[in-house]
Design a protein around this ligand. Structure first.
Ligand code: OOG
Ligand code: MG
Length: 261
């Protein structure tokens, strides 16, 4: 950790204002090149504290950069973790107002809901046993950095570009389906633009929750029962513009769609 509390607060405020005013900023590592992981998660934690103190509810947790497609697209090599807010939720099949974002992108994910606490260090068996059900989810990403130019430290501080999410389709028990071979097709305006299988995320999307639990354990935290967790984009993220229709079809889990207006 290199920053003092006052600087963590100032950077959290700068990033949250960029989100709330949809006014992108230069990446924070330009000004503080020596920032480390602890600094980045401290800034993200401070953004969360600010939101919660204003009455925002944390809707769930997320892992990101968990697939080769995403790591390649973002030119990074390690997963990152963030949180989702209640106000980021959008209805399946509904309209999403594009003016609520700076430069939104969408990506297909597999989400888990837990039924027991998960305490790291743990393994995939712990996660599968603690999973109530899985469901399809589309994340709406929006970097608060200009031209989404960022590095891992900056993106963690910016709550991993979290901006919105749409869940839908059917929920299923993990024991009933093979999440590794589950096919996912992302269509934009009726054309297939991305496709993948669940194994794109760390070999099995539950591995992403293992990594999240292990990261939280280092801070003395757990994943509580009843947590909604997005395990990371299986495909590269796709930019969207006003008028675009997105539909993601999941084998066994139905589909999720939205139109940007
Ligand atoms: C970082 C967020 C990554 C995922 O699922 O990989 C993420 C970004 O691409 O802006 O949410
Ligand atoms: Mg994501």
């Amino acid at each position: 950790m290199t920053l003092d509390d006052a600087t963590v607060s100032a950077l959290a405020e700068r990033l949250e204002n960029a989100e709330l005013n949809r006014a992108p900023i230069t990446k924070i590592t330009d000004e503080f090149p020596g920032l480390d992981w602890d600094d980045a998660y401290a800034i993200q934690g401070e953004i969360r504290t600010r939101k919660v103190s204003r009455g925002v509810k944390v809707a769930g947790l997320k892992a990101g950069l968990t697939s080769q497609a995403k790591m390649k697209q973002m030119n990074v090599s390690e997963p990152v973790f963030g949180f989702m807010c209640d106000y980021g939720s959008r209805a399946d099949g509904g309209e999403v107002e594009i003016d609520g974002f700076i430069a939104p992108r969408v990506e297909a994910e597999i989400a888990f809901v837990t039924k027991a606490d998960i305490k790291g260090p743990c393994h995939i068996g712990t996660v599968l046993q603690a999973t109530d059900f899985v469901l399809p989810a589309v994340e709406i990403l929006d970097s608060r950095y200009e031209n989404f130019k960022f590095d891992l430290i900056s993106v963690v501080a910016d709550n991993t570009s979290a901006a919105g999410f749409v869940t839908g389709g059917n929920s299923r028990r993990v024991a009933d389906i093979d999440l590794r071979t589950l096919g996912i097709v992302l269509e934009k305006n009726g054309e297939i633009v991305e496709l993948a299988a669940g194994a794109a995320v760390l070999g099995h999307p539950a591995e992403s929750i293992v990594m999240l639990a292990n990261m939280l354990a280092r801070k003395g935290e757990i994943i509580p029962a009843g947590t909604f967790i997005m395990t990371g984009g299986v495909t590269a993220a796709v930019g969207v513009e006003r008028g675009d229709h997105i539909a993601v079809r999941y084998q066994h889990l139905g589909s999720v769609s939205m139109r940007f207006v």
